[in-house]
Design a protein around this ligand. Structure first.
Ligand code: FES
Length: 106
């Protein structure tokens, strides 16, 4: 199963293994990784699953969707490598994906 490495704002790391097809948001919430809320349940409607994708992984995680782009425009601390974790589905090709969490989700 592919693994995701979540790095909290304070630097603490969480390596989480999930089945392919699981969203990065679901992986965090189901495994109690602090720092990702996922308030809308993955509907791309809340932006409380904001993460920063490690530069090396950006080409593999794909493009932001239009609605994701709109939500990220209003997310605090949004950067060019920001994504909504509910919009990234894990695949075997993403094994080892590294994402950093923002200081807060609002
Ligand atoms: Fe709401 Fe990702 S969980 S936008």
């Amino acid at each position: 199963m592919p693994t995701i490495n979540f790095i909290e704002f304070g630097g603490r790391e969480h390596r989480i293994e999930v089945p392919a097809g699981t969203s990065v948001m679901r992986a965090a919430v189901d495994n109690r990784v602090p720092g990702i809320d996922g308030d809308c349940g993955g509907e791309c409607a809340c932006a409380t699953c904001h993460v920063y994708v490690d530069q090396a992984w950006l080409p593999k995680t794909g493009e932001r969707t239009e609605s994701e782009e709109e939500l990220l425009a209003f997310a605090s601390g949004s950067e060019p490598n920001s994504r909504l974790a509910c919009q990234i589905q894990m695949t075997d090709a993403l094994d080892g994906l590294q994402v950093r969490l923002p200081e807060g989700q609002h």
